[in-house]
Design a protein around this ligand. Structure first.
Ligand SMILES: Cc1cc2nc3c(=O)[nH]c(=O)nc-3n(C[C@H](O)[C@H](O)[C@H](O)COP(=O)(O)OP(=O)(O)OC[C@H]3O[C@@H](n4cnc5c(N)ncnc54)[C@H](O)[C@@H]3O)c2cc1C
Length: 417
């Protein structure tokens, strides 16, 4: 079958990969001249298979007033007149229960474990692809003893879902990751997960593009999809200007822009942009940078070594679709990096600064599967976990289109839940 995938971010590219492997003719369409040019460009580089708990959790609503009052808070909310934003916030608030958060964590872990298996299979299938992939392991640091105890209390729940994690004292954290020596006296401890990976999402996307082109997948780049039209017979076609992109099936993998494409068809996906920032520090051969992937839990900042660079990412701002970088947010992220890794973050004027829009759903679960139109499919709403969940989501989608949806996952990520 001929399949048009709308969006050349990590979700569209992995969808194209698994659809091509299943024997379909695929065309990938994107408004940019290059793949992975939006949210998949500068993300945190975490393949965080065991850390998938949603932002909407039981403790979040009580923390929000303190977060919103601080200028350097990891979360910021700029109220707008958009009903879309307020509806999203309402659904987010309703999802902040222990029960909902545990269910979401369970569903996301099921998808992330499939994604991990597929990513490791991908590495065996495509051994020449270099995208700074490392089996890095991950250390989630806690500054505060109460938060550390809370994390220890959660270990049994995580273990019951298949996550292998261990609690470490501050000394053990420094022994495992010597680059943390500066903050030894200021951390309470950490949770170590050996099985986590890191990689460069943009380089992964570029590598996938090369593989796909070599296998005959077509790319219509610099092509803005203006609308999805209903053709006679109820068939959906994508239109760019006067060009109609004929295909048997259409997959929407348009990230944070998906709602705008789908709304005219009467399909409302609860996806809203959650803006984040990243910094990329160049490293010299002697740089005392972390080799482990590190998360500063209190500040919601992640650190990943990507080849000879250190990627620092964080911040969640609910302030619409603008991609403009706010200097105060960049400064806040720089200050976090300088606190944890002063030996890397001090005085690098050439650091790359970036902002991107996480395509977030209120619950934190992506939307993968069919729509009310027979030939229109969704693979959207991966929020803060798009790189982590991409392979599993893409394989699940390809199975749906081939009429063999994965029986253990297919019901979990439907639009109508
Ligand atoms: C600061 C930050 C840190 C993050 N860190 C991590 C991390 O460590 N690990 C992780 O797993 N995830 C992380 N994420 C999330 C992850 O980056 C996203 O979930 C993922 O990139 C989303 O991929 P996507 O393909 O859905 O969207 P995108 O990458 O945005 O791709 C969508 C594509 O659709 C195209 N498009 C949209 N509309 C149209 C149209 N009308 N016509 C043509 N083309 C169109 C766009 O041009 C774009 O290329 C992070 C995100 C941010 C912002």
């Amino acid at each position: 079958m001929q399949i048009a995938v709308l969006g050349a971010g990590v979700i569209g590219l992995t969808s194209a990969y698994y659809l091509n492997r299943a024997g379909h003719q695929v065309i990938v369409v994107d408004r940019h001249g290059e793949v992975a040019a939006e949210t998949s460009f500068g993300n945190g580089g975490q393949l965080s298979y065991s850390y998938v708990a949603p932002l909407a959790g039981p403790g979040v609503l009580s923390k929000l007033p303190a977060w919103l009052a601080r200028r350097d808070s990891p979360v910021r909310f700029r109220p707008s007149v958009s009903a879309e934003q307020w509806l999203w916030c309402l659904k987010f608030a309703l999802a902040c229960t222990r029960r909902r958060s545990n269910l979401t964590t369970r569903d996301l872990l099921a998808l992330s474990f499939v994604s991990r298996t597929l990513m490791h299979q991908f590495l065996r299938d495509e051994p020449t692809l270099d995208f700074d992939f490392r089996h890095s392991g991950k250390l989630v640091l806690h500054r505060d003893p109460v938060a550390m105890q809370g994390a220890i209390d959660l270990l049994d729940f995580q273990r019951s879902l298949g996550c292998e994690q261990e609690a470490l004292s501050a000394d053990e954290c420094v022994a495992l990751e010597p680059a943390l020596a500066n903050v030894r006296s200021r951390i309470a401890g950490g949770i170590y997960t050996r099985s986590e990976d890191t990689a460069d999402c943009y380089r992964f996307g570029k590598g996938l593009e090369a593989i796909l082109r070599a296998r005959g997948v077509q790319f219509a780049m610099s092509t803005h999809v203006d609308a999805l039209d209903v053709a006679p017979g109820g068939h959906i076609v994508a239109r760019s200007g006067t060009r109609v992109l004929e295909a048997d099936h259409v997959v929407v993998a348009a990230g944070a822009s998906a709602p705008r494409l789908l709304r005219p068809l009467g399909i409302r996906v609860p996806v809203y942009p959650l803006k984040g920032y990243s910094l990329t520090y160049p490293l010299g051969p002697q740089s005392l940078a972390p080799t482990l992937s590190v998360t500063d839990f209190a500040r919601k900042v992640v650190y990943a070594r990507l080849g000879d660079r250190l990627r620092v990412a964080g911040i969640a701002d609910l302030d619409g679709y603008s991609l403009k970088t706010d200097p105060s947010r960049i400064a806040a992220l720089r200050a976090e990096a300088a606190w944890l890794f002063p030996q890397v973050a001090a005085g690098h004027a050439e650091t790359a600064e970036w902002a991107g829009l996480r395509p977030a759903t209120p619950r934190g679960t992506p939307i993968i599967g069919p729509t009310c139109y027979r030939n229109l499919w969704l693979n959207v709403g991966h929020g803060a976990l798009g790189f982590t969940l991409a392979s599993g989501s893409a394989e699940l989608l390809a199975g749906w289109i081939d009429g063999r949806p994965n029986p253990s996952l297919s019901d979990l990520f439907l639009l109508a839940q």
